[in-house]
Structure formats: structure tokens, C-alpha cells
Design a protein around this ligand. Sequence first.
Ligand code: CA
Ligand code: CA
Length: 268
Amino acid sequence: MPATTHVRRWKTLALTTSAVLVGLTLPAVTATPASATTTSYDSTYYKNAVGKTGASLKSSLHTIISSQSKISYAAVWNALKVTDQDPNNSNNVILLYSGVSRSKSLNGGDVGDWNREHTWAKSHGDFGEVTGPGTDLHHLRPADVQVNGVRGNLDFDNGGGAVTNGGGSRVDSDSFEPRDADKGDVARMILYMAVRYDGGDGFADLEPDEKVNNGSAPYIGKLSVLKQWNEQDPPSAFEEKRNQVIYDTYQHNRNPFIDHPEWVEAIW
Ligand SMILES: [Ca+2]
Ligand SMILES: [Ca+2]
């Protein structure tokens, strides 16, 4: 799909309002140029990236998002209780892959608990749990202990059998498919990691590729599927709020693909 489908709702409303005010016919959304995707950060946070494409855009975004605060792995527990709070129940968090709402107090390692899922599996590049990619909230999510175990370090692809209590997620011998509502989230988290970590800070250069069975290589596949998922499941209010909380409270950097999902196609 073209990037023009990603026009923000408020932008469409603004067009509607101005069109009504001057008595003109509302322009079709499909006629809006791709550059119409705008955020309030374009003239500030993203000012050195706006207008670029390809390797130049990726490089600019790397520089921008690498300026950040970092937290310890122990501190991730409490951070996730804020970033992933259930909008309808402040005692709970929403779990990745299953969509289940579960008590914040059930964080741990037992059956029925939730734990800290590394969407970019930590073995792919072997960055572990030291402060760095292993503690980067932009790809860490609460997940059910057992569902997290099923995902393991699998690459992402379509297909497989239903994951038990997985909310519609699927798994086979070499890949994991999140439920539909998490597909775009996963794609944007993986691609954030690829841009953020380029090998210059003592950690591996993380990159997406077209394979499954990447094992311990610093790659995650499949890129073509992640690109589809980014289009299929655009950023939700939950995902945008999470990005904002990480920016405001914890790391002071943003996931550019939540703000500008069309930048996925502009780079890859
Ligand atoms: Ca989503
Ligand atoms: Ca990289």
C-alpha cells in the first residue's frame, strides 16, 4: 500500500474543517501527497530526517534516536507497568501476543505470571540483559510466561498452529506469527532496533533479513513480512501513548516508525 494511507486522523479532520470553511469539496485522502503525514515532532526532533529516504534517512534516524537515557534490567519491571498499562484498568498491563489484561503484581517467572519479552530476541546478537539493547523499552513488552516461552527466539513469519492461550498468535518449527493486533507493533519494534543499533556502541549491528532460522546471528526475519505487518496494523492509540511515555519519562528517544510508519518503506 502507498504511504498515503498513513495520513493521521487529525490531519484528515483538519482538511475537512478547512474545506468546509472555504466551501470546497473535500479532497480525497488518496490524493493527499505522502509528505502530508506529519507529526508535531517534525520541525524539532525529526528536523534532520524529514525529507530524506533510504540509507540517508536511516543514518539520520540512527543519530537522532541514539541520544537517549538508559535503564537497568531490574528497572524494566516497573517501567512496563507504566508503558503497557491497560487503558481500562490501571491495576493491569496488556500482554503482547495474547492481548490478555493481567494484574501488574503478577510479574515473575511462574505459570500465570507475565515477564519481560524481548521482541528482538536477545540471542540474535547475544546482547543479553546488560544495560543497552537488552533493556531498551522500545522493544520490551509484558508477555505471558508460557506464550513468551513458545515464541522463544523464533524469527517472525506467517503461518503455523494456534499458540495455546496466545490470542490468535501462531507458531511452527521456525517462526512465530503474532495475533493481528500486534503484527504492526512487532514490525515497528524490530525495525526500531535495526536503526538504533548499528554496531558502534559495543553491541552487534542488528538488521532485518529475509530468513528464518537466524539463530544467534544479529538478524531477524522476515523483512518482507514485517513490512506487510506494518501496513496491515497501523499504529494504535496504545502504541502511540507507549512511545510518548518512553520519550517523556524513561529514555527520551522515540520510535520513528510509530510516528512515521511510511519511513519503513522509505528505508526498506
Ligand atoms: Ca497494533
Ligand atoms: Ca543496525
